[in-house]
Design a protein around this ligand. Structure first.
Ligand code: ATP
Ligand code: MG
Length: 139
């Protein structure tokens, strides 16, 4: 399955805005199949592990506080060229720089509350997917 799966997470302030369903519809319309899906909340510690690669960055502590502040929608997705195509669908990290029609352009509030996460490599997609889901939860 290498190359065909990615992991995404709809971020807390976007879930609380009530637009998770609208975002999932766009993802499916773009040709991604849902492999695994759950509403769950990260502890501060778990968010710290998920974003450990950014631990030296000045925004790390704010980011993990935000990401553990409420429920997220965690999803594994399948499509040919999943990682790259999904990053294109969500748009640039900074919504001010995101292309028209992208999920971040449509739903992000600012650089931190940018609506949605997308894995940046096949290897991270696998690591992140198995952080949230057991084999029995993937279809
Ligand atoms: P994600 O990993 O969430 O998909 P990304 O890969 O586009 O986003 P990263 O560089 O991995 O961007 O940053 C992880 C997250 O940290 C961003 O999505 C955003 O929420 C936050 N972030 C990144 N840069 C900044 C910044 N300069 N100031 C505040 N928050 C930031
Ligand atoms: Mg990233």
């Amino acid at each position: 399955m290498s190359g065909n799966r990615t992991f995404t997470m709809i971020k807390p302030s976007t879930v609380s805005d009530g637009v998770a369903g609208a975002i999932l519809a766009r993802i499916q319309e773009a040709g991604f199949r849902i492999v695994a899906l759950k509403l769950t909340q990260l502890s501060l510690h778990q968010a710290g592990i998920f974003y450990l690669v950014h631990r030296e960055r000045p925004f790390y502590h704010d980011l993990i506080a935000f990401m553990s502040s409420g429920p997220v929608v965690a999803v594994i997705l399948e499509k040919e060229n999943a990682v790259e195509d999904f990053r294109t669908l969500i748009g640039a990290t900074d919504p001010a720089k995101a292309a028209e029609g992208t999920i971040r352009k449509l739903f992000a509030k600012n650089l931190q509350e940018n609506a949605i996460h997308g894995s940046d490599s096949d290897e991270n997609a696998m690591i992140e997917g198995s952080f949230f889901f057991s084999g029995l939860e993937q279809f």
